[in-house]
Design a binder for this molecule. Structure first.
Ligand SMILES: C[S@@+](CC[C@H](N)C(=O)[O-])C[C@H]1O[C@@H](n2cnc3c(N)ncnc32)[C@H](O)[C@@H]1O
Length: 229
């Protein structure tokens, strides 16, 4: 069996603003002229760092609304799992961006610590939501970002769940949604991607796949953008 990055359930980790800009191809112009929903955002510091820079961003995850100390413990426990999981599967990663495991840990720690501080100070930015249903209004955000959830966890999320979730993210987005990556934890492209994108086109949306300069899991250099018009 080839090595695999092992995750039980869903990892409550997150990435930093810098990584989000690479992953989702976020330009300064895009960031400064749109409001964002990050969903599911886990322990990402994208919302915290964005708001610090006057970018309008909200975070949503099924784990939010829990008391700070519970969430803090969760972040610390998840963080401890990263090093052994990476060490067991080093070969399936492209090390161009991070160079080594220690740098990955530095980014992940910066993300969860930035998130925790903000979660404590500005709880209104962190909304509990359980996909495929969200308690947001239609078109409440200009752009919705969804990283490291759909496709990545395809071994535990069904095709109907993917479709329902994408439609829900599109409902709360005014302009577009961006989803990354398009591969699973096994490193393979989501097998039903064409079926899914055809359905989305039939429903009147405009999906396009763009290459990213960034990848960590090998073959994860594709970003799905679905535009509403
Ligand atoms: C790997 S994290 C995503 C972190 C972030 N988007 C990033 O790219 O760094 C996956 C998240 O999905 C959340 N999650 C799992 N099932 C969910 C559901 N049905 N609805 C909302 N969030 C869910 C988990 O709590 C976890 O925080």
């Amino acid at each position: 069996m080839p090595p695999k990055y092992q995750v039980k359930d869903f990892a409550f980790i997150g990435r930093t603003f810098t990584e989000y800009c690479e992953i989702f191809k976020l330009s300064k112009n895009l960031l400064n002229n749109n409001s964002f929903l990050d969903c599911p955002s886990g322990a990402s510091s994208f919302t915290a760092e964005s708001n610090k820079n006057n970018i309008v961003a909200t975070a949503c995850d099924c784990e939010y609304s829990k008391p700070f100390f519970e969430i803090e413990k969760k972040c610390q426990n998840e963080f401890k799992k990263i090093k052994p999981a990476l060490s067991n599967a080093e070969k399936i990663f492209d090390w161009t961006f991070y160079q080594n495991i220690e740098n990955v840990l530095t980014y992940r720690k910066k993300a969860y610590q930035g998130y925790l501080l903000d979660y404590n100070k500005y709880p209104d930015r962190y909304i509990k939501g359980i996909l495929p249903h969200l308690n947001f209004q239609n078109e409440q955000f200009d752009i919705v970002l969804s990283g490291h959830f759909l496709f990545l966890y395809a071994d535990r999320l069904s095709l109907p769940f993917h479709l329902m979730t994408i439609l829900e993210l599109l409902r709360v987005a005014k302009k577009e949604i961006r989803i990354y990556p398009l591969i699973g934890l096994d490193g393979k492209k989501y097998k039903d991607i064409n079926k899914l994108l055809n359905k989305i086109k039939i429903l009147g949306f405009f999906p396009l796949i763009k290459k990213t300069n960034f990848q960590f899991l090998k073959n994860s250099n594709e970003l799905l953008i679905i535009k509403k018009y």
